[in-house]
Design a binder for this molecule. Structure first.
Ligand code: GRG
Length: 293
């Protein structure tokens, strides 16, 4: 299959839907809507929404049924990036290849743009169509748990608290599971749910998401030390400078590479119950691993 063509088509589909869901930049408060759009349309990979759409297809459904959920997750992801870049968090100047939201709009508007993106995710999620096995309550439960104080925000708290400290491999894995893998897994589960996945399909999608989510963060940690800021579109080498808890810091670069390969293999194995329909998810896992080389 031609993954590049698939990615471009799906990214465009997601961008068009996000553009429809977001208030236009001319709608008051203009500065806020400009800031939300500035960060949302800054050229992210749209990995989470694409995984969501591909998971719907892998479970025998149509990708279009998962579009609101895919867009909701992308809004939550973008909010987390805006807040993470703030001076009181990671204090970063570069994101998605351009100046961070607070550098352009100021800290106050950046905080509010993040808040508004988080909130609009739930408005967008109301466009989800219920299927026989899952209703809106299930969709909201999935999103709120992944984005909440026991997953995404727990990971960010642990990450902040681990700065400059020695932590174990198990602690690091737990940070990555919460900070990164939980929202990625939720994206994939939401796609499966849009396709009315049965218990076996949902379990396969979940296992795939957990392995892929961890692999993604291990690879992201590796890229931070092996790539340039230009290539990444965000500040490279920041993890080392900020004494961040990362895989290369805790187990070394070569072992991190081996771990990324092991987790990618685990992700592939998890897809077996979904058969041939999971071709795109399988290719996406390989594509993420290949980013490292
Ligand atoms: C502020 C609540 C709160 C959470 C922040 C997402 C996050 C937690 C921090 C951002 C920094 C970071 C290293 C996050 C780990 C997840 C990750 C690698 C995000 C970047 O995702 P990509 O590569 O980004 O998919 P694009 O820009 O392509 O969407």
């Amino acid at each position: 299959m031609d993954l590049k063509r698939y990615l471009i088509a799906r990214q465009k589909e997601v961008d068009r839907a996000l553009d429809r869901f977001l208030p236009k930049a001319s709608v008051p408060p203009v500065t806020l809507h400009k800031a939300m759009r500035y960060s949302l349309f800054a050229g992210g990979k749209r990995l989470r929404p694409v995984l969501c759409l591909a998971a719907a297809e892998a479970c025998g459904g149509k990708s279009g049924a998962a579009l609101p959920q895919a867009c909701a997750v992308e809004c939550i992801h973008t909010y987390s990036l805006i807040h993470d870049d703030l001076p009181s968090m990671d204090n970063d100047d570069l994101r998605r290849g351009r100046a961070t939201c607070h550098k352009v709009f100021g800290d106050g508007i950046a905080i509010l743009a993040g808040d508004a993106l988080l909130t609009i995710a739930f408005e967008i999620a109301t466009h989800t169509k219920a299927v026989s096995r899952y209703d809106l309550r299930d969709i909201f439960h999935e999103i709120t748990v992944a984005a909440g104080s026991r997953k995404l925000i727990a990971g960010q708290v642990a990450d902040l608290e681990a700065e400059g400290r020695r932590i174990t491999r198990a602690q690091l894995r737990s940070i990555h599971e919460n900070k990164t893998a939980a929202l990625l897994t939720a994206s994939i589960r939401l796609g499966a749910m849009a396709a009315n996945a049965n218990a076996k399909q949902l379990a396969a999608a979940t296992a795939f998401g957990r392995a892929l989510g961890l692999a993604f963060q291990v690879i992201d940690d590796i890229l931070d030390v092996t790539q340039t800021s230009e290539k990444l579109g965000k500040s490279a080498g920041k993890d080392v400078a900020a004494k961040k808890a990362t895989y290369p810091a805790v187990i070394g670069l070569e072992k991190s590479r081996a771990e990324a390969r092991r987790l990618t293999h685990q992700a592939h194995t998890a897809l077996e119950p979904l058969g041939k329909k999971a071709v795109v998810l399988r290719a996406l896992a390989d594509y993420l691993l290949a980013r490292e080389y």
